[in-house]
Design a protein around this ligand. Structure first.
Ligand code: SF4
Length: 62
């Protein structure tokens, strides 16, 4: 499973990085979230981040 996010839509709330810091982090320069590990083997916290993201901009890719 591969996860990605549309950082244009990110509203910089920080929830994904808080819930799942091994996969997401906040970029100091842009203030937006970014994915630091794309290939996910344990998806529980990613699912939580997808459900929590207020901008609905985190998604699974094939
Ligand atoms: S949860 Fe969504 S809106 Fe919030 S920082 Fe992460 S990607 Fe951006």
């Amino acid at each position: 499973m591969t996860v990605d996010l549309d950082n244009q839509s990110c509203i910089e709330c920080g929830a994904c990085a808080e819930l799942c810091p091994e996969v997401f982090e906040m970029d100091d320069r842009s203030g937006k979230a970014r994915v630091i590990v794309f290939d996910i083997t344990e998806k529980s916290c990613v699912e939580e981040a997808i459900l929590t993201c207020p901008a609905e901009c985190i998604y699974w890719r094939d």
